[in-house]
Design a protein around this ligand. Structure first.
Ligand SMILES: NC(=O)c1ccc[n+]([C@@H]2O[C@H](COP(=O)([O-])OP(=O)(O)OC[C@H]3O[C@@H](n4cnc5c(N)ncnc54)[C@H](OP(=O)(O)O)[C@@H]3O)[C@@H](O)[C@H]2O)c1
Length: 324
């Protein structure tokens, strides 16, 4: 990897999220998209033409190309493990969608493969790269709301198409995997420690996929240092995202915690010192994520959230699903 030339990417999957968010992010960042891999040659070619990508190939062919440094895996959740392993075995760095694995065992397999390959894997939680996430973390860690006592987070994203891969239990469908993972991730980030899963109630489809989920978690601590967390997520809920921290001396809340690309966002907080509203200029957290990952690939800085973090996230999802 040299500093002077753009990183060369391959896309695995002609995914909606790749078209909507990652291709624009790579372009904004000055990265080069070499090829897209797609199961269906016609759809792959149409995707490549629409997005001005030189070649559409099979996944295998993309992963094997010597002129690619890294792949972005935008597949359904069940495709994350096999294609992360294949890309690492071919010596590529991997930016892979969330949830990285379907369980902690899958993430452990990725960890072993990452070590063996000497390459990097990043779980693509783009919202963490928006400056508002770090500001909220620092504000809470600095005591602006006193001791955090209760965290509340939600992500509702209505999904009507029964054929969507998110409703297929065989390939990683489910609202906790797909949208509940965001508030869970931000709770862990803000608290800087891991919670214990206390309860998880899921409302399921006929095929046993959670279309809505409701969780209670506890961040252990002595006496007043203990915090509870409450999470709601669902495909059967209207679109809504929220995240707030209620502390012993104040409250902090993001108005657009997760879907925050190219819009002005606000962090509201109050304590005995008064009410505050901090505004964040529109930015592209996907592009910020790509820039950070490319810097880590070049050895300019460590990856801020690596597979140890992804493993802790997966362990928590495992613990919640076991309570279903
Ligand atoms: N970071 C974000 O903001 C964000 C937002 C939405 C989704 N995501 C994540 O991104 C991933 C893809 O989401 P998406 O909305 O882009 O999904 P999608 O377009 O429905 O599917 C992505 C790709 O997965 C493959 N695929 C889909 N259904 C399949 C099936 N039944 N069998 C085999 N392959 C299948 C297809 O690959 P081919 O093109 O090769 O056919 C498809 O292009 C998921 O992990 C999701 O959690 C992230």
């Amino acid at each position: 990897m040299t500093k002077n030339r753009p990183v060369r990417w391959g896309l695995i999957g002609a995914a909606r999220i790749a078209e909507r968010a990652l291709v624009p992010a790579f372009r904004r960042n000055g990265s080069h998209i070499v090829a897209v891999g797609c199961r269906d040659p016609q759809r792959g070619t149409a995707f490549a033409q629409r997005l001005d990508i030189a070649e559409a190939q099979t996944y295998e062919a993309v992963v094997a190309r010597p002129d690619i440094d890294a792949v972005y895996i935008g597949l359904h959740n069940g495709g994350h493990l096999p294609w992360t392993l294949a890309a690492l075995a071919a010596g590529k760095h991997v930016l892979c969608e969330k949830p990285l694995g379907l369980d902690a065992g899958e993430v452990r397999q990725m960890q072993a493969a990452e070590r063996a390959a000497g390459r990097l894997v990043c779980e693509a939680f783009m919202y963490r790269f928006h400056p508002q996430a770090e500001r909220l973390r620092a504000l809470v860690a600095g005591g602006a709301v006193g001791t955090p006592r209760l965290l509340r987070g939600s992500f509702g994203a209505p999904l009507a198409d029964p054929a969507d891969c998110r409703f297929d239990p065989a390939i990683g469908g489910g609202a906790l995997y797909d949208v509940g993972c965001y508030p869970l991730n931000l709770m862990r980030l803000v608290m800087g420690r891991e919670p214990e899963a206390l309860a998880f109630t899921a409302q399921c489809t006929d095929r046993g996929v959670d279309h809505a989920g409701h969780a209670v978690l506890r961040f252990a601590g002595d006496g007043p240092a203990e915090a509870l967390a409450h999470l709601d997520c669902g495909f059967s809920l209207a679109f809504e995202t929220s995240f707030e921290v209620l502390g012993s001396e104040g409250v902090a809340r993001l108005d657009q915690p997760f879907v925050c690309r190219d819009v002005e966002t606000r962090l509201h907080w109050r304590n005995a010192g008064g009410e505050h509203v901090e505004r964040f200029e529109p930015c592209d957290p996907y592009a910020l994520m790509v820039r950070h990952f490319e810097g880590a690939m070049r050895g300019e800085h460590p990856l801020r959230w690596g597979l140890d973090d992804a493993l802790r996230q997966a362990l928590l999802i495992d613990a919640l699903l076991a309570l279903r």
